[in-house]
Design a protein around this ligand. Structure first.
Ligand SMILES: NC(=O)c1ccc[n+]([C@@H]2O[C@H](COP(=O)([O-])OP(=O)(O)OC[C@H]3O[C@@H](n4cnc5c(N)ncnc54)[C@H](O)[C@@H]3O)[C@@H](O)[C@H]2O)c1
Length: 325
């Protein structure tokens, strides 16, 4: 298939683009490199450098239609979205509307959207199923929900097949591509960097939650397993319509369990200090993933905590300061 990957220079988009190329698809990437890295773009992909919000560029990219669009491009820092919400509405929602206009005008028959567990906010029931209330608690999550709603409407009106994949906590690395955000807000890269760089620090945010060891529980999903779900979605999107699917393992892992796994995998002693809670962190976020298994035929194969940590550690050891651009 001929596939457009927006945000394909970013963490999850670049791993997915590499997998699609491995599977013999023709991949074009549209990325403004605002948070992505040229070095992450897989050889074999055509790279268009620029923003989704550049309508001339979008016109050139869509001069020929695609079989599928995979839309990863977005800003995704929760704290920044609180400080500068319109930056998020302009880029995430504005960019998505521009893209959807091209797709609905015949630009692609299939659309895969990077949504997030953030659309659920702080759920009453865990594991979280797709039909749980959608009550995001920050502007980032609200832009993701708005994009899902726009996508559902556009797919119904434009006659294309769409799926929103709600990722839980992406982690790990795959074949030379890993996690390099600035600032980095994610647990595993921050923990591993603190073992590699003298200036990097790591703190456990609270150990007085209502969980067995007192630390927050999250559902970590290997970036290669996320990429696989996107590849499987191509076959599943065989008729117009819209659906939303969780991508998580279905079982959670506490911060302390991640710290213990980091010690096992790195062979180092890891005993980070415990600080106060970070505001807005729910105790437990875990996905129900039965729908993704059923509809996509997907199985997370690399998301056990030791494999995740081993793959991430190998990447961070090779790239202690990220891609270095
Ligand atoms: N990392 C996670 O744990 C996680 C969890 C849930 C959802 N998501 C979503 O998955 C997607 C990918 O996340 P990531 O961690 O790979 O992020 P990332 O920042 O590494 O990648 C995003 C990419 O999009 C590009 N981009 C942003 N705005 C653009 C625009 N207007 N035009 C063109 N390119 C643009 C950036 O340069 C970057 O390469 C995002 O939509 C994110 O919200 C990520």
């Amino acid at each position: 298939m001929r596939i457009l990957v927006t945000g394909g220079a970013g963490y999850i988009g670049s791993v997915t683009a590499a997998l699609l190329i491995e599977q013999q698809h023709d991949v074009e990437i549209l990325d403004d490199l605002s948070t992505g890295h040229r070095a992450a773009v897989p050889p074999g992909a055509i790279l268009h450098v620029g923003s989704l919000r550049d309508s001339d560029l979008l016109g050139r990219v869509f001069a020929r239609s695609f079989d599928a669009v995979m839309h990863f491009a977005a800003f995704s820092l929760v704290g920044e979205s609180v400080a500068d919400p319109l930056k998020y509405w302009r880029n995430n929602v504005g960019g998505t509307l521009a893209l959807l206009s091209r797709v609905a005008a015949g630009g692609a028959a299939r659309f895969v959207f990077s949504s997030s567990a953030a659309v659920y906010g702080e759920p009453d029931r865990v594991p979280i199923a797709e039909d749980a209330p959608l009550l995001p608690v920050n502007p980032y999550g609200r832009t993701k929900l708005a994009m899902e709603q726009a996508l559902a409407d556009a797919a119904a009106g434009g006659g294309f097949a769409a799926v929103a994949l709600r990722y839980f906590n992406a982690a790990g690395a795959w074949q030379g591509r890993g996690e390099d955000h600035d600032p980095e807000t994610h647990l595993i890269p921050n923990l591993l960097r603190s073992l590699l760089l003298p200036e990097a620090t790591f703190t456990v945010f609270g150990d007085d939650y209502a969980t067995p060891d007192g630390t927050c529980i999250r559902d970590y999903i290997h970036v290669r397993d996320l990429a696989e779900a996107h590849a499987l979605a191509l076959a599943a999107l065989d008729r117009p319509g819209y659906t939303a699917l969780n991508l998580g393992t279905g079982s959670g892992c506490s911060v302390r369990a991640i710290v213990a796994a980091a010690a096992r995998v790195t062979g180092r002693s890891v005993s980070p200090p415990v600080g106060p809670r970070r505001s807005g962190d729910p105790a437990r976020l875990v996905a129900a993933n039965d729908e993704a298994r059923r509809i996509l035929g997907w199985q997370p194969l690399r998301s056990d905590v030791d494999t995740l940590l081993r793959d991430a550690w190998s990447w961070h050891r090779d790239h202690p300061r990220g891609y270095g651009d």
